[in-house]
Design a protein around this ligand. Structure first.
Ligand code: ADP
Ligand code: NA
Length: 327
């Protein structure tokens, strides 16, 4: 069984939502699946980029993935632009995608309306098709992502099925691998919005590479509600529920166990303790990131080996696709 997932190098640091929603699953799935993980730099140029910054962020992204536990002995870890088959398959799939179908993608509509439709690039529009190419190239059975990617995954499935129906069995139809408990981590300052680097207007985002003291402070000043009982109630107490979700995920303690532990205590205790849990997790993580970044040659070697392994599979799929369409 194969797994593929990717993450954009569009920020200096991943955030806690990326980690708990998706990246943690990347690490777990290595044990049971053949895993392909990429830093999707082609996706990153759908919005304006500074070349020097992008190059640096791509390296930082790879270093963070290694530090989280992506193991090159078990996974092909690579940079998307190093494997030209992604762009090549994307073109073929674009020709199978309806204009209206692509226009219904809610992430495109959100991002395009923020930029203004005239300024938004065609690349931003076809982004989900490139994402389908990322997945289908590896014949992935499962794609670990957060809830916000469900619609894009559905497009990948539709494109795989459409192509198979039209040209004969070619692609595995992928399933989203979305872990319900942590599928959506919310902004600490606005627990109705997802924690996001792109839509972080409220600022309640925990960046994995920021000063851990700053993260702890953000947790301590997270928006909760006027009550004081620590109970998991996403409807009535979304802020507290979000903190409990994060706490439970980082410690592997169940929600019920945490509720019991905080009986008779208040939100302040919960936040203080969670801040400490976070600092204890993030401090050694940051040390590992630094050591991966310090050894540039080794990081390049890992990524080159990953790309080579990825190309073995990707080139086979592309050759088949080219034959099928009449090239
Ligand atoms: P962002 O939304 O911050 O721009 P990306 O689009 O790069 O982040 O997302 C990378 C991965 O992290 C995707 O699998 C996405 O579903 C997941 N993800 C992003 N934000 C969250 C969140 N708040 N909660 C859970 N998963 C998330
Ligand atoms: Na996202």
């Amino acid at each position: 069984m194969r797994v593929l997932s990717g993450i954009q190098p569009t920020a200096d640091s991943f955030h806690l939502g990326n980690y708990l929603g998706a990246l943690r699953q990347w690490v777990r799935l290595q044990e049971t699946h053949e895993t392909f993980y990429c830093v999707v730099d082609l996706h990153a140029i759908t919005v304006e980029q500074d070349p020097k910054v992008l190059r640096e962020r791509t390296r930082r992204s790879a270093a963070q993935l290694l530090a989280i536990g992506v193991d090159p002995a078990h996974s092909a870890l690579f940079v998307q632009s190093h494997v030209p088959e992604h762009a090549q398959l994307s073109w073929v799939l674009e020709c199978q995608t309806g204009f209206g179908e692509a226009g219904r993608m809610t992430q495109f509509k959100d991002k395009a309306s923020k930029q203004g439709t005239d300024r938004a690039s065609v690349g931003l529009f076809t982004y989900p098709v490139l994402q389908a190419a990322d997945i289908l190239l590896y014949q992935a059975n499962a794609v670990p992502v957060g809830e916000d990617q469900r619609q894009h995954l559905e497009l990948s499935r539709n494109l795989a099925q459409r192509f198979n129906n039209r040209f004969g069995a070619t692609f595995t139809v992928p399933e989203p691998h979305i872990v319900k408990d942590t599928a959506k981590i919310y902004d600490l300052q606005d627990p109705s919005a997802k924690m996001s680097k792109s839509a972080s207007a409220a600022g309640g985002i925990v960046e994995l590479l920021e000063d851990p003291k700053r993260s702890a402070k953000k947790i301590r000043s997270a928006v909760t509600d006027a009550g004081r009982e620590v109970i998991y109630d996403p409807e009535g107490k979304p802020g507290v529920a979000n903190l409990l979700t994060i706490y439970s995920a980082l410690t592997e303690r169940g929600i019920a166990e945490l509720e019991a532990a905080y009986e008779g205590k208040g939100y302040g205790d919960l936040k203080k303790d969670l801040g400490e849990v976070l600092v204890d997790w993030v401090t050694p993580f940051q040390e590992r990131v630094r050591s991966y970044l310090d050894d540039r040659a080794e990081l390049d070697k890992v990524l080159a080996a990953g790309a080579e392994r990825a190309r073995e599979v990707a080139s086979r799929t592309l050759a088949k696709v080219y034959r099928r369409v009449g090239f």
